[in-house]
Ligand binder design. Structure first.
Ligand SMILES: C[S@@+](CC[C@H](N)C(=O)[O-])C[C@H]1O[C@@H](n2cnc3c(N)ncnc32)[C@H](O)[C@@H]1O
Length: 232
């Protein structure tokens, strides 16, 4: 097998086709849940932080939104750009950390399906898979920054929407949004298979599960939550 003889991985959904490029995570249950339950309307100006292969960004653009999609990994930005072209839509793709690529800009909707798997000390890595999964010691590393920066990147009445594993703490999410001037709510919940990487980190997950969501024994499922904050 030659280095370029690895095949082409394609994902088809909702009448769109996505190339799953090397160095970009394939869509997971959380990706589909996020796309299904984050409401987007035509003509909204939308920012997605952490676009991955562009699933949400492309579908939102197909729905008529004007989408800026960012990611800290160059392969993800390129994958989203290519998948937008493949599906005949325009997505403004930008490389960078958090809000750095959109300094001074405001949106109707800021959303993210962020890396949020709590990561035990010493287990951090800097590859693409780690960027997609690892959320710092308590899972909140990027999410806390996205929430803190959202008021400066939303129009009045704009919405911040993100996904959350319930073991990160739904009460914490709602309280954090309130403290930042948002009217918080839970838009949707879904029971999903417990993530494989979560089994490898179960002891660590128990140590950060302050709201007591994890059952005793080996969990088979996890609840995934879509949380929204509307900026007053
Ligand atoms: C869980 S994946 C979600 C990808 C895609 N949105 C989806 O739902 O399938 C998280 C994405 O966030 C990106 N990411 C990680 N840290 C980031 C950061 N500091 N700034 C922007 N994007 C980041 C990762 O590279 C990855 O593509």
């Amino acid at each position: 097998m030659t280095p370029d003889d690895g095949g082409v991985l394609l994902f088809g959904w909702r009448g769109a086709l996505f190339r799953v490029a090397d160095g970009v995570q394939p869509p997971k249950a959380g990706s589909l849940f996020f796309c299904r339950r984050v409401p987007v309307t035509a003509d909204e100006r939308v920012l997605e932080v952490g676009c991955g292969l562009g699933l949400f960004a492309v579908l939102a653009a197909r729905a008529g939104a004007r989408v800026v999609a960012t990611d800290v990994m160059p392969a993800a930005v390129e994958a989203t750009r290519a998948n937008a072209v493949l599906n005949g839509v325009s997505v403004d793709t930008r490389l960078g950390d958090g809000y750095a690529p959109v300094a001074g800009e405001r949106f109707d909707l800021v959303c993210t399906n962020p890396p949020q798997m709590p990561t035990p000390p010493g287990r951090e890595r800097d590859d693409a898979e780690a960027a997609a999964d690892n959320g710092g010691r308590d899972g909140w590393a990027l999410l806390d920054r996205v929430i803190a920066g959202a008021p400066a990147h939303l129009v009045r009445g704009g919405r911040l929407v993100f996904s959350l594993f319930d073991f990160l703490g739904v009460k914490r999410a709602l309280a954090t949004l309130s403290a930042r001037g948002f009217a918080p709510s839970v838009l949707a919940t879904e029971v999903q298979p417990f993530p494989r990487i979560g089994y490898e980190r179960l002891d660590h997950l128990r140590s950060i599960d302050v709201e007591g969501t994890l059952p005793a024994g080996t969990p088979a499922t996890v609840e995934r939550v879509i949380v929204q904050g509307v900026l007053a």
